[in-house]
Design a binder for this molecule. Structure first.
Ligand SMILES: Cc1cc2nc3c(=O)[nH]c(=O)nc-3n(C[C@H](O)[C@H](O)[C@H](O)COP(=O)(O)O)c2cc1C
Length: 371
């Protein structure tokens, strides 16, 4: 462990005073890990870009003893800074911020153009303007500068591995660095870059896979319990396990497998503090939707979504992120506004049927096993 800088030191002294004597023995009895002060209840509320992660969700979860993340993805740096300041104004508890590591532009612009062309009937059906399939870096440099100037307790990266000098820069300002990995190979790279911990994402997880690259068939990957064990064979970094965790039993299973904490996204999508679109929340509780699947149809990157007609109609979307994400944005927004569940992206993990509309603090109590 690196010597803790100011935010982590503050958090450590505060969090170690917290008493959770009422929690089940199973959870208290787990082996301590060096970052335990970050997740006293071993629950992490996932960053969920595109609306679900709100200041209210992060504040409610942090006050309930979970480590919660703001989602930096798809936002300008200035808007992310406003959210960070709003969380700080509402709670003294620690929280994290997640950013997308930019990839390269698509290697197949002609395939991307043909795919965008094929969306014509859907665009017409919802009365949207066509989006432009352009590459961008999601305001990466400005977000990194803003976070280094105003460091949160944890910074997490997805879609790639940050370079070692950037990891060291965050450690120097006192932020713990987490990297999302989906395979032992990615875990080795993240450990080599100096990460403090890993978010180990199983194939069950909702929304985008955090893979370092965007190649190959969208539906390949390892189930979470196996992945925790595979990753532990190559590194002893603390693991935050993510993917399909919806109940205290599944939290217990990942902790038993060796994870240090359980990260949940879908479990919080329907809660009142979630900013998910009301149509998305309704779809999660709609018996019409019976399964999820990984698809590139909405964004050009594999993402798990409730199976709807748009996914069935566009099974061969090319690997082109963020180009396709930009191209489908107006279509998705217009579909959401009309409540057209067959043309929206309904991102969710495999456990979506167990998502409830209860307040975040109650969901956290349920996940810990406190009734
Ligand atoms: C709607 C939604 C949006 C998400 N956005 C992000 C994101 O911005 N950054 C990130 O690292 N993970 C994101 N994730 C993935 C979560 O970090 C986590 O891996 C996933 O939610 C775990 O699986 P679960 O949804 O079954 O709990 C998102 C998940 C969902 C459901």
């Amino acid at each position: 462990m690196h010597p803790p800088g100011p935010p982590f030191r503050r958090l450590f002294s505060r969090r170690t005073r917290r008493s959770r004597a009422d929690e089940p023995r199973r959870i208290r009895a787990m082996t301590p890990d060096p970052l335990r002060a970050l997740w006293p209840r071993r629950i992490v509320v996932a960053p969920m870009a595109g609306g679900p992660s709100t200041v209210a969700l992060v504040v409610a979860a942090a006050n309930a003893g979970a480590l919660a993340f703001l989602a930096g993805g798809y936002k300008r740096a200035a808007d992310l800074t406003s959210e960070i300041n709003a969380v700080r104004a509402s709670t003294a508890e620690a929280f994290g911020v997640n950013v997308f590591v930019p990839g390269s532009s698509t290697a197949w612009p002609a395939g991307t153009a043909a795919y965008v062309e094929s969306l014509g009937p859907d665009i017409e059906a919802v009365g949207a303007a066509p989006g432009r399939p352009v590459w961008d870096d999601d305001d990466w440099a400005a977000k990194i500068s803003a976070l280094l100037a105003n460091p949160p307790a944890v910074v997490s990266f997805t879609f790639g591995c940050p370079p070692r000098d950037l990891v060291e820069a965050f450690r120097a300002v006192g932020s713990v660095v987490s990297v999302t990995v989906t395979s032992p190979q990615e875990a080795v790279l993240a450990a080599g870059a100096g990460a403090d911990c890993l978010c180990v994402q199983g194939i069950e997880a909702g929304a985008h896979r955090g893979t370092f690259t965007n190649y190959g068939p969208p539906d390949t990957g390892v189930e979470l319990l196996a992945l925790i064990i595979e990753v532990a064979r190559v590194t002893d970094l603390p693991q935050i396990a993510a993917g399909g965790i919806m109940t205290a039993r599944s939290v217990a299973a990942v902790l038993d497998a060796g994870a240090a904490a359980a990260q949940c996204g879908t479990a919080f999508l329907r809660c009142p503090e979630s900013g998910a679109h009301p149509a998305h929340k309704a779809a999660l509780a709609d018996f019409r939707f019976t399964s999820t699947r990984l698809t590139r149809a909405f964004s050009g990157r594999p993402a798990r979504s409730l199976v709807n007609q748009f996914m069935l109609d566009h099974p061969e979307a090319p690997a082109a992120y963020p180009e396709i994400n930009h191209a489908t944005r107006p279509l998705r927004a217009a579909a959401a506004q009309r409540g057209d569940l067959d043309r929206m992206s309904l991102y969710a993990g495999t456990g979506f049927k167990q998502a409830t509309a209860r307040p975040a603090a109650e969901i956290i109590d349920d996940l810990v096993g406190k009734t």
